[in-house]
Design a protein around this ligand. Sequence first.
Ligand SMILES: C[S@@+](CC[C@H](N)C(=O)[O-])C[C@H]1O[C@@H](n2cnc3c(N)ncnc32)[C@H](O)[C@@H]1O
Length: 245
Amino acid sequence: MNPNTVGIGLPHPLASPALSCYSVISSMTPRESSHPIRSFFKQLPMYAAYKQLGHYPDYWWWKLRGEPRRIPHLLKQRTVREYAQAFGLTTLVETGTYYGEMVAAVAPRFQRIYSIELDPRLAGMARKRFRNYSHVEIVEGDSQAAVPNLLPRLKEKCLWWLDAGYCGWVGRVGNRNRLSTELIAILADRITDHVILMDDADGVNGEGGSPTLEELIASIHANYPGRQVEVARNIIRITPQKLKV
Ligand SMILES: C[S@@+](CC[C@H](N)C(=O)[O-])C[C@H]1O[C@@H](n2cnc3c(N)ncnc32)[C@H](O)[C@@H]1O
């Protein structure tokens, strides 16, 4: 068995207290820098492009370190493309835009992209960055409300990239129910074949009110039979059918 793969489930109610999610930050930009020069640099439009340049060195540095659990952004981009291809998905919904790196990387692959960002400054920067991309919509707001609001607008099965710092990325405790609210909304949607990728599976670790991965997987199987759940390369993958990617 692939050591990066965890999976396959046991019965457990999705809305149980165990799934009330953990360290979730709703009110600030992740890893905000206190250094004034760095903060200034981050305001500049070129910062996003600079970050993009770092993806390749980041990938090779990860390889040199023996491929640790936390994967570089290039592999996340590849995963998003692979799932879109494998399941024939042309709409992407992302929670957590940040500097728009995922949107920029996969924009040519999708016909429609919605990206939800809580931080008004980041949302504004992303709107500016993607103003010439008519198929990209940056939604400013809390994903916990934005996801249920967006669902009725969607006309087809989508690929969901859930990456809004659910598991204590900023290091403070926020709204503990956000991830479960979003997952339930997507899984219970009238469109039953959405595909969900959730980054940072290692945050679902049974600590600080978090369920364990096994509990999360069991909850999904119990409440939404027919869904496959796999965890590989630190990404939780919820798909409507068993399909090897
Ligand atoms: C890990 S970064 C996203 C990285 C991005 N998805 C990518 O692949 O390049 C997390 C982002 O989630 C945003 N965020 C945190 N809480 C949020 C919430 N409740 N709703 C929407 N976005 C949120 C943060 O401001 C931050 O920009």
